[in-house]
Write a protein that binds this ligand. Structure first.
Ligand code: NDP
Ligand code: DGY
Length: 328
């Protein structure tokens, strides 16, 4: 048997930053799904078979079917995400499979993207760009209120989920001289909130009082469809919703109706259901709905750092060492 064939086997489900993958290749037999198309579920099931480690991202669901297909030799899974809603963690624990993820290294990039969505929706950037392209700038300018936006200064910011990213967004927006920062969650987090003067309120209080509602929570059973018809009715008619969490937290049909009828002012979404969002989605017909393709963590330095961290986690798991950033 050749030395290479003794090395642990790792299946990498799509292309990731090459420096990290090269390091992985120095220690493992690595199979990367690199093709014209995203790996299908069947290709992932086939690719996982007989592997010691999997390098995945949030679009890959880790469930019984996949773990069974991989086989009992599977030791570690590294996910290119801080979100874990795609992984059956209890089942991984039950089977003794270690899971590593990417907290902290993506907080800044994701928070900056959240602030970008706040600014872009507040100042109607999507409509502004379209107006210039459509050549309506000249005559429309006759109306002094054409494309009038909303100031962040003096506004009430409501953060749903004051975790790492929620806090990083709140800190950045505080510099805009906002009047108040509110937050909600399952528990008050005074150690994060007190230094920035953020006030813990109920979900309904946050909806009623906020000018900007920013969703930065993890997705779990407690918040699927949290933003439904009744939630939008409680929001200010001028309020802006920004979601960088997960699409499932928002009922998209209810959001469409709320945006269309003017029940709320605008939305900026980095995450949707499904992903990719079909180009036929009614949300894409609305001038007051800005959608980005789940790229909040996507800066060059952050994506490289995420990849390095997952490689560290996978190598540690394969060598029987504690993971650097373990989920379990
Ligand atoms: P953290 O674990 O630090 O924070 C998660 C927060 O969610 C906690 O404060 C938790 O608070 C809160 N939370 C959970 N359930 C609820 C609920 N029902 N209502 C309100 N708050 C809730 O994670 P991060 O800040 O690092 O990441 C947050 C999420 O952001 C990820 O899980 C991921 O889904 C998403 N994300 C998206 C990215 C993108 O590209 N768009 C990039 C990176 C992350 P408590 O327990 O007190 O309720
Ligand atoms: C995450 O980390 O959860 C994002 O969705 C992917 O960067």
């Amino acid at each position: 048997m050749s030395a290479a064939s003794q090395l642990p086997k790792v299946f990498v489900v799509r292309s990731f930053p090459p420096e990290g993958i090269s390091r992985l290749k120095q220690h493992c037999q690595v199979t990367v799904h690199e093709g014209e198309h995203t790996a299908t579920r069947q290709e992932i099931l086939d690719g996982a078979r007989g592997m010691d480690a999997l390098f995945i991202y949030p679009q890959v669901k880790i469930d019984k079917e996949l773990l069974d297909a991989a086989g009992s030799q599977l030791k570690v899974i590294g996910t290119f995400s801080v979100g874990l809603d795609h992984i059956d963690i209890d089942l991984c624990k039950e089977r003794g499979i270690k899971v590593g993820y990417t907290p902290d290294v993506l907080t800044t990039a994701t928070a900056e993207a959240g602030v970008a969505l706040v600014m872009a929706t507040a100042r109607r950037i999507q409509e502004c760009i379209q107006a210039v392209k459509d050549g309506v700038w000249g005559t429309a300018w006759d109306n002094a209120m054409w494309l009038a936006g909303k100031e962040i200064a003096g506004s009430v910011i409501g953060i749903v989920g004051l975790g790492r990213i929620g806090l990083a967004i709140a800190k950045r927006l505080a510099a805009f001289e906002v009047s108040k920062i509110l937050y909600t969650g399952r528990n008050p987090r005074p150690e994060s909130a007190d230094p920035i003067g953020a006030e813990f309120v109920t979900f309904d209080q946050l909806l009623e009082q906020s000018d900007f509602v920013i969703v930065a929570c993890s997705a779990n059973d407690s918040n699927k469809g949290l933003f439904d018809e009744s939630a939008f009715k409680k929001m200010k008619r001028t309020a802006i919703l920004v979601n960088i969490s997960r699409g499932v937290v928002v009922d998209q049909d209810a959001l469409y109706n709320a945006l269309k009828s003017g029940e709320i002012g605008a939305a900026g979404l980095d995450v949707t259901t499904p992903e990719p969002l079909p180009t036929s989605s009614p949300l894409l017909t609305l001038p007051n709905c800005l959608v980005t393709p789940h790229i909040a963590s996507c800066t060059v330095s952050t994506r490289n750092a995420m990849c390095e961290l997952i490689v560290d986690n996978i190598l540690a798991g394969l060598e029987g060492r504690p993971l650097k950033t373990p989920v379990c």
